[in-house]
Design a protein around this ligand. Structure first.
Ligand code: ZN
Length: 282
């Protein structure tokens, strides 16, 4: 099952067309995409029977599939090649920060950046929690996952690393538009192997990151177990699961995104994000 946010309404996507969930369910689910997670098991059981008039899916009109998550977790240094390029040891526990939900954007947005910012890219697999809980065992981790989507953990490295470190981490990763997600929430059963997907991103025509999610140091079910060992996971939460090597900050010389550039982020079986960067007018 593929779910999208089309003009602010939850839709089920099949190929190039979609069915409006609220219309098809006579108001039982939706139209708010975030509302689906309030009764995710019931929605999953119903969704197989969805039918109704089909809508064209114009990707320019897609919003973030999960627009208002209660919590957004982001994991640092979760690919060992990225930890190595950052000069860090392999972490013994996940390194966790947040992206404040106001930064979330859809899959085809424009992000305003200024010449004062040091803007960097991080393509990431994003987990959407369907069933919350505490102390979830790792072998039950996937059963708590509603689906997966593509995310970009954009950063202003100047703000992120500003003293006092690490307090500014989350601010530097939450400027407006710094959390593009989408284009769809894809349920794990749609994917041949949800634990091992090709992931990468391009800046213009240049492939700047390329890896597989199977290389994550802490796997999706392991992250669900470890996070829920400390906090209560809620339906509709997001987990940005970390980025592989190839970010701009650790190149020689460092490479920052400039106004006019386009970043394309892709994950096998899920889709792609296209993010344009424009000069801020303030
Ligand atoms: Zn990241």
């Amino acid at each position: 099952m593929r779910i999208a946010n089309l003009d602010g309404r939850a839709v089920l996507v099949e190929g190039d067309t979609a069915v409006d969930i609220a219309a098809s369910s006579a108001g039982r689910f939706g139209p708010d995409p975030q509302q689906l997670f309030a009764s995710w098991p019931e929605f999953r059981s119903w969704a197989g029977a969805a039918s109704g008039p089909t809508l064209a899916v114009d990707t320019d009109r897609l919003g973030p599939p999960v627009p208002r998550p209660p919590q957004v977790f982001a994991i640092g240094l979760n690919y060992l090649d990225h930890a190595a390029e950052a000069g860090a040891e392999p972490p013994r526990h996940p390194s966790v920060f947040t992206k404040f939900p106001s930064c979330l954007a859809g899959p085809r947005g424009a992000v305003e950046i200024s010449s004062r910012m040091l803007v960097d890219w991080e393509v990431e697999l994003v987990v959407v929690i369907g069933i919350g809980g505490r102390d979830i065992p790792a072998d039950q981790g996937w059963t708590h996952v509603a689906g997966l989507t593509v995310g970009q953990d954009l950063s202003d490295r100047r703000l992120q690393m500003r003293k006092p470190v690490p307090e500014q981490y989350s601010l530097g990763k939450s400027c407006p538009g710094f959390g593009p997600t989408g284009p769809y929430l894809v349920t794990p059963d749609e994917l041949a192997d949800p634990d091992d997907l090709a992931i990468g991103c391009r800046l213009g025509d240049e492939q700047v990151q390329q890896s597989r999610t199977g290389k994550m140091h802490f796997s999706v079910p392991d992250l669900v177990a470890r996070l829920s060992g400390s906090v209560t996971l809620c339906p509709g939460d997001l987990i940005f699961t970390g980025t592989p090597s190839g970010v701009g900050a650790f190149r020689t010389p460092p490479r920052w995104i400039r106004p006019g550039e386009v970043l394309t982020s892709e994950i096998e079986g899920i889709g792609s994000l296209t993010t344009r960067f424009v000069e801020a007018d303030r």
